[in-house]
Ligand binder design. Structure first.
Ligand code: NAG
Length: 384
C-alpha cells in the first residue's frame, strides 16, 4: 500500500473517532462538574457508598473524614414527626440530637418535616437528603451550637419561623434551655468544621445562614439561595472580636433570583468567595464591617436591570483602621454594568492546607459549575 493510501486510512479512522466522540460524549463531557461534584456524582453506586461524600469537601471545612469510619452508625429517618423534649426513635431529632458519635442520617422516603423547636445537631452527624425530597419548613429550623464535624447535604429548608425560649433536646442528648432564636434556616453558634452542600434555602424571615460567635472552618458550597432579602451573615455582631479568627469558604453557590443583600455580609473574619453565580441583588451582593477580609475570586456578578450595580457595600465605623480592610477581586466577571469597589488590589490569600485546597475555575465557567446548585434530583436507579 502506498503511503498516501495509508495516510488516507489513518485520516479516515481519526475522523471517525472524532465523530464518534462528539456524537456520543456530550452527555458526559459537555457537562463539566465542579471539583466537589466530580468527586462522587459520576458513581452510579453512590447509594451504597454514601459516606464517600465526606471525602469530597474542599475549602476551610477541609475533608470531612471524621464523619465516617468503623464506628459509624447508619440511621434512617422513618417518621416525619417531631418531639423536641422526648424525640422518638425514627425521627430526625432522635438521629441528630440523641444518638452520639458518628451518625450518617438518611431518609426512607420523601418527607415534609415541621420541627417544633430548633434542631440542635450533634458533632459527627451527617444529614444526607440525596435521593429523596426532604423539606424542613414552616416552623423551627437548624442550629449548630458548640459542635463540629457536621455535614448538611441535599435538603430544602424554607419558611423557617422565629422561636420563643423553650426546652429542647441538646446535642449531648440532654435537655437544654434555649433562648429566643431568629428564624434562620441554619444558624451556627461556636461551631467548627461544618460543610453545607447542595441545599436549597429560601424565604425565611431573618436570614438563611448565620455563622456566629467564634464559628470557623466552614464551607458553604453548591447551595441555591433564593427569595430572600438578607441571605448570609458571617460574624454576628460588631463587638464580637473572636470572629477575627473566622474562616469561611463560599463556593459554587447560586444566589437568586430575588436576593436582596448579604451574599455574604462579613464581620471581622476572612471569607474566600469563589465561583459563585449572582443573579442580581437589591441592595448589594457582598458587604462587611469591622475590618473584614474578602477575596472575591472568579465569580459571575450579573447586576440587576435597575438599581444598584455595585457589588460591594461597606459600613465603616469611626475607629476602623482602613488599612486593615481587605475587599479585593481577582478574575471576577461583571455583567449588566456590575462594578466592584476594592479597598486593595491585593490582599490576604486563603492559605489553604492540602486538604482544603482546590483549583478555582475561570469565571466564564461559573454558569455551568453552579448549574446544579441546590438539592439535587437523583434518579432512582443511577446517578445524581
Ligand atoms: C480550623 O482548621 C485548621 C486547619 O485544619 C486547624 O488548625 C484549626 O485548629 C481549626 N480551628 C478550629 C477552631 O477547629
Amino acid at each position: 500500500m502506498s503511503s498516501q493510501g495509508m495516510n488516507g486510512i489513518l485520516y479516515r479512522s481519526v475522523l471517525l473517532l472524532v465523530i464518534t466522540v462528539t456524537l456520543f460524549a456530550p452527555n458526559l463531557s459537555a457537562f463539566t462538574m465542579n471539583v466537589i461534584d466530580n468527586c462522587w456524582r459520576w458513581n452510579p453506586e453512590w447509594r451504597r457508598h454514601r459516606p464517600q461524600l465526606a471525602t469530597c469537601s474542599v475549602g476551610y471545612a477541609g475533608k470531612m473524614t471524621n464523619n465516617f469510619g468503623k464506628e459509624l452508625i447508619h440511621y434512617k429517618v422513618t417518621d416525619h414527626s417531631d418531639d423536641p423534649i422526648n424525640p422518638k426513635p425514627g425521627t430526625l431529632r432522635y438521629g441528630a440530637s440523641v444518638i452520639q458519635g458518628k451518625v450518617w442520617i438518611t431518609f426512607q422516603r420523601d418527607m415534609h418535616i415541621k420541627l417544633h423547636r430548633p434542631l440542635l445537631i450533634s458533632s459527627f452527624t451527617s444529614i444526607d437528603g440525596r435521593g429523596v425530597n426532604i423539606h424542613i419548613a414552616h416552623n423551627a429550623c437548624f442550629m449548630i451550637f458548640k459542635a463540629s464535624n457536621i455535614i448538611i447535604h441535599g435538603l430544602r429548608i424554607h419558611h423557617c419561623k422565629p422561636q420563643g425560649p423553650g426546652t429542647v433536646m441538646g446535642p449531648e442528648g440532654k435537655l437544654i434551655q434555649l433562648g429566643h432564636v431568629d428564624g434562620d434556616a441554619i444558624r451556627l453558634v461556636t461551631a467548627s468544621k461544618i460543610w453545607i452542600d447542595h441545599n436549597t434555602l429560601y424565604d425565611c424571615p431573618d436570614g438563611l445562614l448565620d455563622v456566629t460567635r467564634g464559628s470557623t472552618n466552614v464551607t458553604v458550597s453548591n447551595n441555591w439561595f433564593r427569595e430572600q432579602n438578607k441571605v448570609m451573615l458571617l460574624g454576628h455582631d460588631d463587638g464580637f472580636v473572636r470572629d477575627q479568627k473566622m474562616k469561611v469558604t463560599v463556593v459554587y453557590n447560586y444566589f437568586g433570583p430575588n436576593c436582596g443583600q448579604r451574599m455574604p455580609r462579613i464581620r471581622h473574619g476572612y471569607a474566600h468567595v469563589a465561583n459563585n453565580l449572582y443573579q442580581g441583588w437589591m441592595k448589594y451582593a457582598i458587604g462587611g464591617s469591622m475590618e473584614p477580609s474578602l477575596k472575591s475570586e472568579a465569580n459571575l456578578f450579573i447586576a440587576p436591570q435597575s438599581g444598584s450595580k455595585e457589588v460591594t457595600w461597606r459600613k465603616e465605623n469611626l475607629n476602623d483602621d482602613l488599612e486593615k480592610w481587605e475587599f479585593y477581586s481577582v478574575g471576577d466577571v461583571f455583567e449588566n454594568g456590575a462594578s466592584f469597589r476594592e479597598t486593595k488590589s491585593v490582599g490576604a490569600k486563603p492559605n489553604y492546607n492540602m486538604e482544603q485546597m482546590f483549583k478555582v475555575a475561570e469565571a466564564k465557567n461559573v454558569r455551568q459549575l453552579s448549574r446544579s446548585a441546590g438539592a439535587l434530583r437523583c434518579s432512582k436507579t443511577s446517578r445524581c
